[in-house]
Design a protein around this ligand. Structure first.
Ligand SMILES: C=C1C[C@]23C[C@H]1CC[C@H]2[C@]1(C)CCC[C@@](C)(C(=O)O)[C@H]1[C@@H]3C(=O)O
Ligand SMILES: O=C(O)CCC(=O)C(=O)O
Ligand SMILES: [Fe+2]
Length: 349
């Protein structure tokens, strides 16, 4: 008997439609017992005493200076990191610290609004942009202890005002200033006209931080993530099968490989497994830029990465298919790329 007919023949219990729990950061951060929807299963509960990962940051300044030995050192470190765990830190990146401080200031302004005000930018089900207070309504268990605001960013000339326009349209004139303005040929070409995502994460304090997670363990389905975390700390990466804190450094960006890049490199660069834990004292913020190709770009590795010893690991796909998969079929986690690969193959047969 197939699962469908079996399910159909069973007496279907009447399911009381439950109202989703409300995640109002200003209230829930003081609650002594957190709602069960936010409690993660035993094997996924965080370890808040994890060791710190000590890795040398890549100095982009000396890299850009063109000094051949600095350049080859940086290449070597990036290459090793991308093959081993898929993440590295960059310093002297040239992004003005005043601009980063301004971004954090705007985030405080937005997340400090009342829930009703923030919900003017409410993200709709199936869409990847907008405001979400946790994912109440989208998921019903293992809810993340965070609120997020995501919006599109593109380098397409025709979309140069996309961030300002978004804020003007959803939040009004007062928020127009919110936008921050601003391998080689194969990859340069690949990301031309990229349709990327900026995401602001706000993690309120939690009175039972050992029971929940700010962001569950996952690999970003996107290509490359550039993240700035504030001074509070909470980002953890899995290295050598152990969770390690990435110590916050306001001068540094954390860069990590995502699933799309892993597919693009035919598995040579590893998508980084990471998560974010919360604490009972301080609100924590992070700003993520998720580099994504143009929606219709076909994700396939360059020919020189494929031969009889290195066969294709993933089928061709477009970023729009993978994005849709994560928004309507599968909650992104550490297995997204493999599950998606099988799904694409099945869909195409
Ligand atoms: C395309 C995306 C989906 C998520 C936001 C961006 C890149 C990372 C994904 C995410 C953060 C991975 C963990 C689960 C998730 C649901 C989350 O906790 O936010 C993911 C995002 C999402 O689907 O909204
Ligand atoms: O907040 C963090 O440090 C990590 C957030 C994250 O992994 C994400 O938004 O994809
Ligand atoms: Fe992530």
């Amino acid at each position: 008997m197939s699962i469908d007919s079996c399910t159909l023949n069973m007496a279907i219990p009447k399911i009381e439609k439950q109202e989703p729990v409300v995640f109002d950061a200003s209230i829930i951060q003081h609650q002594n017992n957190i709602p069960s929807e936010f409690i993660w299963p035993e094997h996924e509960k965080p370890c808040l005493e994890s060791p710190e990962l000590v890795i040398p940051p890549i100095d982009l300044g000396s890299f850009l200076s063109g000094d051949p030995s600095a350049v080859s050192k940086a290449f070597q470190l990036i290459n090793e990191a991308c093959r081993k765990h898929g993440f590295f830190l960059i310093v002297n990146h040239g992004v003005d610290s005043g601009l980063i401080a301004k971004a954090h200031e705007y985030m405080d302004k937005f997340f400090g609004l009342s829930l009703a005000e923030k919900q003017r930018a409410q993200r709709k089900l199936g869409e990847h942009c907008g405001y979400t207070s946790s994912f109440t309504g989208r998921f019903s268990s293992k809810l993340p202890w965070k609120e997020t605001l995501s919006f599109r960013y593109s380098d397409d000339d025709q979309l140069s005002n996309i961030v300002q326009e978004y804020f003007f349209n959803v939040m009004g004139e007062e928020f127009e200033d919110f936008g921050l303005g601003a391998g080689r040929e194969y990859f340069k070409e690949f990301f031309k006209g990229n349709d990327s995502i900026m995401r602001l994460n706000n993690y309120p304090p939690c009175q039972q931080p050992h029971l929940t997670l700010g962001t569950g363990p996952h690999c970003d389905p996107t290509s490359l993530t550039i993240l700035h975390q504030d001074e509070v700390g909470g980002l953890q990466v899995l290295v050598d099968e152990k969770w390690h804190f990435v110590r916050p450094d306001s001068q540094a960006f954390v860069v990590n490989i995502g699933d799309t890049f892993m597919a693009l490199s035919n598995g040579i660069f590893r998508s980084c497994l990471h998560r974010a834990v919360v604490n009972n004292k301080k609100v924590r913020k992070s700003i993520a830029f998720f580099l994504c190709p143009n929606m219709d770009k076909v994700v396939k590795p360059p020919n020189n990465l494929i031969d009889s010893n290195n066969p294709r690991l993933y089928p061709d796909f477009t970023w729009s298919e993978l994005l849709e998969f994560t928004q309507t079929h599968y909650r992104a986690d550490m297995n997204t790329l493999d599950v998606f690969g099988s799904w694409v193959l099945q869909k195409n047969t």
